[in-house]
Write a protein that binds this ligand. Structure first.
Ligand code: NAD
Length: 554
């Protein structure tokens, strides 16, 4: 018999009717459904980021749904790489769900072993928020992307991106935020994707202005917009490994170059040179029939792609890696100077992570956009001096379409996260808004070790120390988060990162106030301590002026 949900269009439940024994379980179920509502390839349970999945298979999905509906208020459901494997009696204050996705014993932690186990049905790739049921669509990454481009513009131009051209690749779940983020920062974006449908999707929901097929036409339009300082975004159907080297050869000089193709996965993510548009189906046939040949071509293409980015840099463009391990893959393929350009975290984001500032996200579980608008007003009122925040909320309300359950993301620092979460729970208690789930990206202050990304070039060389995200997850369990997850390989690929996620459900109760006070101390707090431990003075200052305690720091 076929699994019940297979082949069905899954959407998140809305309204105030509970299907579970409490809002904490119901919220987690709605977030799982919301992942699928926003998925890149829902039929295969693929949410985003190459093959980042929400459940091992449709049988597992059905059992997860059933178990969440039956789960008592003092029980914890255990998920092992997308498969429900146990229910334990714990405490009312314990997480309702704990998960471990894609983790392998370090010596075997690579794609080859992973694919072998995946083929045997023993594992699933969880990416970051896919396997942890915290994905909120492309909007989830947009503020991070906007902040990164704005910080770049401030650093290099002491302005916004007005009159600048950004050339990039990839318009998938994460990469699809780039065209809108560049436009919001005033710039011109050319985003190259080999899959026309991905571009259509972003154009249809308002993340990208238009789709073009012709390189010459694209460049002419972009240069004209640059001259007139008009902010526009173009999705160009093409393969980066073809288009980037071609543009170098033609002497085109974009102001900024980066990339968010799914380069972390040479088999199921990146598409080799020569395949785009109509010929994409031939790449998929090659992938299926001759995976070894596909990988060979994919690795060579990533070398060409990365080499072109280095050439752009030599010609004066600002070039940075956007967290997909393109440099690591190119190095593996033989390009010795692949790391000639920096990663986005050391270049633009680390100062924020030092003070525990990170991607705080919240979803309206009732599905009412008015609830999010009410919380938008609240966050601006609570932090009137935070100019970046109020500018962001204004832009978000103007530009960002709703995807699935209405949600918002805004970067908040240590201390502010707890104040805001308590204020949200208070609004829920007063019934001014419906229940809200608070979550975050795994890309955060203390929740990730990823030497080619978030922990690249740490001051004390602790890039590869993976204790911190594990401690983050342990602490969040101890503090009573509603769902806690530990993953391997998000962003950059299997074996290259360890990271953790969490969810807290605001149901308006006093017990949730207590959970919030603890989790929004432990979660960003361990991030501040992680950076203080590495010697960053901004983090040490936060410890000195807050209630955080690090026994090694006087
Ligand atoms: P995705 O799989 O949803 O989309 C990838 C896109 O790249 C697809 O649209 C695909 O058609 C395109 N593509 C693949 N090869 C190409 C090529 N040679 N030329 C042109 N287009 C090509 O992935 P995503 O969710 O958008 O993530 C993109 C990358 O960013 C992944 O490697 C992911 O691991 C990483 N990532 C980044 C962040 C971040 O914060 N920057 C966060 C999570 C993941």
């Amino acid at each position: 018999m076929l699994p019940i949900s297979m082949g069905k269009k899954i959407t998140a439940a809305r309204g105030d009717r509970l299907r579970c024994k409490g809002w904490r379980q119901e919220a987690i179920l709605r977030m799982l459904e919301n992942n699928l509502e926003n998925a890149e390839v829902p039929d295969e349970l693929i949410i985003y980021g190459g093959t980042g999945k929400a459940a091992r298979d449709w049988d597992c999905y059905d059992v997860i749904v059933k178990t969440l509906k039956e789960l008592e208020n003092d029980e914890t459901l255990v998920i092992q790489s997308g498969k429900p494997v146990g229910v334990f009696r714990t405490w009312e204050t314990s997480p309702r769900v704990v998960m471990a996705n894609s983790n392998l014993v370090p010596h075997w932690s690579n794609w080859t072993k992973f694919y072998e186990l995946e083929k045997q049905g023993l594992m699933m790739y969880g990416q970051m928020t896919a396997g942890s049921w915290c994905y909120i669509g492309t909007q989830g990454i947009i503020q991070g992307t906007y902040e990164t481009f704005s910080s770049l513009a401030k650093k290099h131009y002491d302005s916004d991106l007005g009159g600048k051209i950004v050339l990039t690749g990839g318009m998938g779940g994460m990469g699809g935020a780039q065209p809108l983020a560049v436009k919001m920062a005033g710039g011109v974006c050319i985003d190259v994707d080999c899959d026309e449908k991905r571009i259509d999707r972003r154009v249809n929901i308002g993340f990208c202005d238009q789709k073009l097929f012709d390189v010459k036409e694209t460049i002419a339009l972009a240069e004209n917009a640059k001259e007139n300082k008009t902010a526009i975004s173009i999705g160009l159907v093409g393969n980066c490994a073809d288009v980037f080297p071609l543009l170098v050869k033609q002497g085109f000089k974009p102001d900024v170059v980066t990339d968010q193709t799914s380069a972390h996965d040479e088999l199921n993510g990146y598409v080799p040179v020569g395949y785009y548009g109509d010929s994409l189906k031939d790449a998929l046939t090659l992938r299926k029939n001759d995976p070894a040949e596909y990988i060979k071509r994919s690795m060579k293409s990533m070398m060409l792609h990365c080499k072109a980015m280095i050439e752009f840099q030599k010609n004066g463009s600002i070039v940075f890696d956007y967290g997909n391990n393109l440099r690591g893959q190119a190095l593996k393929a033989g390009l010795k100077n692949a790391f000639d350009y920096p990663g986005f975290v050391p270049a633009y984001v680390r100062p924020m992570l030092c003070v525990g500032r990170g991607p705080f996200r919240w979803l309206s579980l009732s599905g009412d956009p008015e609830d999010i608008k009410r919380t938008d007003d609240l966050v601006i009122k609570l932090f009137p001096k935070d100019a970046i925040l109020s500018n962001w909320i204004t832009l978000a309300e103007r530009y960002i379409p709703w995807e699935g359950l209405p949600a918002r993301v805004c970067w908040l620092a240590y201390g502010d996260r707890m104040i805001f979460a308590l204020a949200i729970n208070d609004l829920v208690r007063k019934k001014e808004i419906g229940p809200i789930a608070i979550t975050r990206d795994h890309l955060d202050s203390g929740s990730v070790a990823s030497p080619y990304r978030e922990t690249e070039s740490m001051r004390d060389n602790s890039d590869a120390v993976a204790d911190w995200p594990l401690l983050n997850a342990l602490l969040n369990c101890a503090a009573g988060a509603d769902s806690v997850q530990i993953h391997n390989g998000g962003g950059v690929g299997i074996g290259l990162s360890t990271h953790a996620g969490m969810v807290v459900v605001c149901d308006g109760t006093k017990a949730t106030d207590e959970r919030i006070k603890r989790v929004f101390t432990t979660d960003p707090g361990i991030g501040v301590i992680r950076h203080a431990d590495a010697g960053y003075s901004e983090a040490i200052e936060v410890i000195h002026r807050s209630d955080l305690r690090d026994p090694m720091i006087p």
